[in-house]
Design a protein around this ligand. Sequence first.
Ligand code: 4AD
Ligand code: MG
Length: 477
Amino acid sequence: MKALKIKEVLEINTISKFCAVQGWVRTFRANRFVALNDGSTLDNLQCVIDFKSIDESLLKEINTGAALRLEGTLVESQGGGQKIELQVEKIVLLGVSDPEKYPIQPKKHSLEFLREKAHLRVRTSTFSAVMRVRSALSFAVHEFFQQEGFFHVHTPIVTGSDAEGAGEMFRVSTLDPKNPPLTKTGDIDYKSDFFGKETNLTVSGQLEAEAYAMGLGEVYTFGPTFRAENSNTTRHLAEFWMIEPEMAFYDLNDNMNLAEKFITTVLKKVVSRCKKDLTFLDERYTKEENSKPLIERSPMGLLEKINFVVGNEFKRVSYSEAYEILRNSKPNKKKKFQFPINEWGVDLQSEHERFLVEKHFNCPVILFDYPADIKAFYMRRNDDNKTVRAMDILFPGIGEIVGGSQREERLEVLEKRIKEMEIDKEELWWYLDLRRFGSVPHSGFGLGFERLVQFTTGMNNIRDVIPFPRTPQNAAF
Ligand code: 4AD
Ligand code: MG
């Protein structure tokens, strides 16, 4: 007999049906009650072992973490808490678990402790809920772009160019690190490396996506990206997933409109599809917030926060306006910012972004028209010759969730910028070709997928929304 998923069993909710289920024991009480979970839903199925002929030695093996197949009849539940339960008639022990050694005990564990057990933490309610929501978000992302007529392109993971020009790349090489071949001048000779040149893991699929937008029109990538920045924060990973749409014939306004529609559509879909998990995560979030000092608490619950974002327009503010707001703000005047705002052109730090979003505007904010000198080489120069057509979307509790821009489509302007920023023009020959043959205005953005999962699930640390986080000094599992 094919086993049913526990989600199906609880949904069909049919008394006297005979069925089989398979899963892991969450708890075993009074030598009778097994709470079985198979990951298909947050809920456990209560299974009652109540038959005479049961083998005592088998009972001893029903421990937290063990895997079982149970066959029996669905009956109306005698206890509270659930409508139906399984009256067990047959037990198959699939995998034992030593209760003394199994780390996931039926009690509250700290998130830090569970990070050390990343291979087992998905067997807790919190992590299984987060990962189901992550999966639903991923599906909704593809669904949105496919419905909008975008094409999904797979951009390369190994690249020769530094898309962001920030030099935070992981090298890819097959050379022997103890004995690399050298050139006459004593440098490492990458000509004899695997690809015949220096290569890295990509920091962004944007440049290649631009090439494809110039033929397919509207495209998106959704892949892993890698950054060797030594940021030990709750918002940075060395390996994260990024969604990068790129659109021919879009200006910055079209770009902002798409980004806003994209985020709100995806959130709406997930709110309607993951009700049970999000309700559970909402309660968890509220408990966590209530343990913080009053002034640090979020004024809204998780679902309230998501619905607020979905139901309200994002506030659009230019860098120059934001600069004035920040310069005249109380924390700036009282020297409360770690990085004071006293000169137009300074880069905004997360303390400034959070002030704008959480204190001043109290809603998601799109900042645009940034000073050219704090942004990447490919952004389109404005006529003031000081700012570029960049946009960042800032979210409450998260900070920057999206970074994007209209791209510089004018060959001479782009070449000049590449020279000013001392970027290797040779590597970008093909990117410049896009401006030589049928160049058109175009735009795109990148959304950090884990930051979106963080916002949706209310998890404070980005390490808790990806199965196996990669951070400085940590690549376990
Ligand atoms: O602002 P970023 O660096 O933009 C780009 O990479 C552009 N090429 C995107 C584009 O226009 N196609 O990164 C985009 C987003 C950020 O807003 C943030 O959400 C996320 O990627 N991000 C990170 N997420 C987790 N860990 C990190 N280290 C991240 N760095 C950026
Ligand atoms: Mg950015």
